[in-house]
Each structure stands twice: as C-alpha cells, then as structure tokens.
Design a protein around this ligand. Structure first.
Ligand code: SAH
Length: 221
C-alpha cells in the first residue's frame, strides 16, 4: 500500500473514533508523520500506534494526538505551549492550526532532533527549547492553550499560572500509568474547571533537564 493510501486509511480511522474537527484532520493530513519516526519504524508511521523514539520516550499514537488537539478547541490566532516536544510531531500538528507554538523538551538529543525537523519541514512558527517544561515559558506567557504530553499527578502550579484567563490546558493526570486520564482544565476568574476526558498511558512528566551521559573530557596540560 502506498504512503498516501495508508494516510487516508489512518485519517478515516481517526474520524470513526471521534476526531471530527476538520482543522485537526487537515493538520494531520499535512504533517508527514514518517519524518518524526525513527527509520526502523517508518513502515508503521501511518499505523495507529505509539512508537519508540529513543531515551525511553515515544511518539504518541495518532488517535491520541488527534483527540488531544481537538480537546484544545484551537483557533488560528492562538499561542500554544507544549510540554514534552519528544519527536516534534505533536508540535508540528499544532503549528498547522495556530499562530505560534512554544515547545519544551527535557532530553537534549530529542530536543536537537526535533529542532532539526522543524527546520527541514520549514515549520517556522515553532520555537523549541531545552528545559523543564513544568516551569513553563514565563517570557512568552500567558498562553491561551497549554498541552502537556507527559503524565503527572497534578497540573504543575507554574503552568496553571501561565494559562490565560479563559484558557484551556489539556494534560494526562493520574496516580500512575494504569489510572491516567486526559483532563481538560479551563481557567476561569474563580479558578480551574476540571473535566476528565478518557483514559491514556503517557510517559511520566519528570523534573529538570535529563542528565545525558557525557563523554569523558581529556585533561589539558
Ligand atoms: N509530544 C511528543 C510525545 C511526547 S513523549 C511527540 O509528539 O512525539 C513525552 C515527552 O515529554 C518526552 O520526550 C519526555 O522527555 C518529555 N518530558 C517529560 N517531562 C518533561 C518536562 N518536565 N519538561 C519537558 N519535557 C518533558
């Protein structure tokens, strides 16, 4: 089957499973998922499965990307913060819908690879950086939308503080991977409204920048 045919099959699967927002379907049609998948898994790029991207991390299942993107209720004037760049695929999908995407990743090699992809694919409205996404991106706040693509117990306070009034945060929450749900939070004048959407299994949201093994440095002298 050709890539185009596989892609159409996947888009139909997404639609059958509740991704009905035409902007989201169009964005997922435009972004080449195969570009964000390691070469060894490229033949599975249009299967509805999560795939390993190294460092114990995964590119999310397309259906989860579609449903989470839809749950954000996006419009084209918005500025969105993503926590957990990973492969960069989700950020690329967002970039086709909104004005500007800020994305933070804690693993340096993943961050560097994703940045390279954004350049190659000319996704100039994505700004990515290495850091602890739980701290958000204070210089660019407030955000109309925040998408967290790693699971935690509670929404990080600094992210809630960087969410605009009337803004939406979509985040997987739960005591562990087996009891995680995608939660939609709306910031109102009085606080946060919380809506549990559906069960998921995301890798954990972890603090700080990951310490990658550093090759030994030769002593001078
Ligand atoms: N959105 C990604 C999938 C993300 S997997 C994609 O489309 O491919 C979750 C990612 O979140 C991993 O890359 C992990 O390293 C990252 N992550 C976990 N905790 C983080 C934190 N505090 N700050 C930034 N990134 C984090």
């Amino acid at each position: 089957m050709s890539t185009a045919a596989r892609k159409i099959r996947l888009l139909m699967l997404l639609r059958r499973n509740g991704v009905t927002d035409v902007q989201v379907l169009r964005a997922m049609e435009l972004v080449p998922r195969e570009a964000f998948v390691p070469a060894t898994f490229r033949d599975q790029a249009y299967e509805d499965t999560a795939l390993p991207i190294g460092h114990g991390q995964t590119i999310s299942q397309p259906l989860v990307v579609g449903l989470m993107t839809q749950a954000l209720e996006l419009s084209d004037r918005m500025k969105v913060l993503e926590v957990g760049t990973g492969s960069g695929y989700q950020a690329a999908v967002l970039s086709k819908i909104v004005r500007r995407v800020y994305s933070v990743e804690r693993h340096r090699p993943l961050f560097l690879e994703a940045e390279e992809k954004f350049k190659e694919l000319r996704l100039h409205n994505i700004t990515a950086r290495l850091g602890d996404g739980m701290k958000g991106w204070p210089e660019a706040a407030p955000f109309e939308r925040i998408l967290v693509t790693a699971g935690g117990l509670e929404p990080p306070a600094e992210l809630v503080a960087q969410l605009a009034i009337g803004g939406i945060m979509v985040i997987p929450l739960g005591p562990d991977r087996r009891e995680q749900k995608v939660v939609r939070l709306r910031r109102t004048d009085d606080g946060l409204e919380r809506e549990e959407l559906w069960p998921v299994r995301f890798v954990p949201l972890l603090p700080d920048v990951a310490s990658d093994p550093v090759p030994p440095v030769e002593q001078a002298g």
